[in-house]
Write a protein that binds this ligand. Structure first.
Ligand code: SF4
Ligand code: SF4
Ligand code: SF4
Length: 264
């Protein structure tokens, strides 16, 4: 199956935040509440799965989960709550998650957030509108559909990689000769082209070109079995609390239905 992907062209982004608002509307994430571990309400959070950050030259760069081809978050999850779907989205199963937050530590882009405001917190992040697109409810993610300048577009990874290379070849004076996400961390399904370096806008210069799960696996194997026992207890507690919540009719902030491929 061909992999779903997003290409963001930083040179076309006007910073209007229509993508951010469309994501919030579609996923029902509610108002942004500044918290002490966030610098501002505009930072990525449980209610804000995509946001804009400044880059050199006055550019705005859209941030969200990169849907890595080899996701370190999924590799770090001891119970398989995060997984890469055949369609390319890195999805999340809240019913399995035991709340250990290893995924948050493992993500090389720091794109996952925790639902601190909930009694039964989930991991929250961009889900590539996976359920809605794969079911046919949407023909593309809400954010790409909303972008007025087509700065962020949806397609298959192969098509978008070719489009990114074509734009650079057609206008070498307009773009840096680099497609962010082509090789970093083993490749991602969210790609960028830009006229300014993105090292300070979500693409740290220290990223390795190869697979990150290869790094996290040995670390996980070194986790003592006692921690596995603690994890199992946490999972049991989380499951009981979650079941009580469901029986009581649900609580916490609105979001995708449980079991949907959501994140953060
Ligand atoms: S960017 Fe982070 S959260 Fe998203 S798939 Fe990659 S490792 Fe997972
Ligand atoms: S792909 Fe969907 S979940 Fe991800 S940022 Fe866009 S609208 Fe939000
Ligand atoms: S909707 Fe498009 S132009 Fe507006 S901020 Fe998002 S990516 Fe940029």
């Amino acid at each position: 199956m061909r992999s779903m992907a997003i290409l963001t062209d930083v040179t076309r982004c006007i910073g209007c935040e229509e993508c951010v608002l469309a994501c919030k509307r579609t996923n029902g994430t509610g108002a942004d509440e500044p918290r002490r571990w966030q610098q501002t309400a505009e930072d990525l959070s449980e209610s804000r799965w995509t946001t804009l950050v400044p880059a050199p030259g006055g550019r705005a760069v859209r941030l969200h989960c990169r849907h890595c081809l080899e996701p370190a978050c999924a590799s770090a999850c001891p119970v398989g709550a995060l997984h890469r779907t055949p369609e390319g989205a890195v999805a999340y199963d809240a019913d399995i998650c035991m709340g250990c937050r290893y995924c948050m530590i493992a993500c090389p882009f720091q794109m996952t957030r925790y639902e601190w405001s909930s009694a039964t917190p989930r991991v929250r992040k961009c889900i590539l509108c996976y359920e809605k697109v794969s079911s046919g409810e949407l023909d593309q993610p809400a954010c790409t559909a909303a972008c007025p300048t087509k700065a962020t577009v949806f397609g298959t990874r192969d098509e978008l990689l070719a489009e990114a290379r074509r734009r650079i070849a057609d206008a070498p004076d307009r773009y840096l000769n680099h497609v962010w996400g082509e090789h970093e961390v083993g490749g991602t399904s969210v790609l960028y082209v830009s006229d300014v370096d993105l090292a300070t806008a979500g693409w740290p210069a220290a990223l390795r070109p190869g697979s990150y799960p290869a790094l996290t696996r040995p670390a996980l194997h070194a986790v003592p079995w006692t921690f596995a026992g603690v994890g199992a207890a946490a999972f049991g507690l989380n499951w009981v609390i979650g079941r009580r919540r469901r029986l009581a009719g649900g609580e916490g902030p609105a979001g995708p239905p449980e079991g949907e491929g959501d994140g953060k």
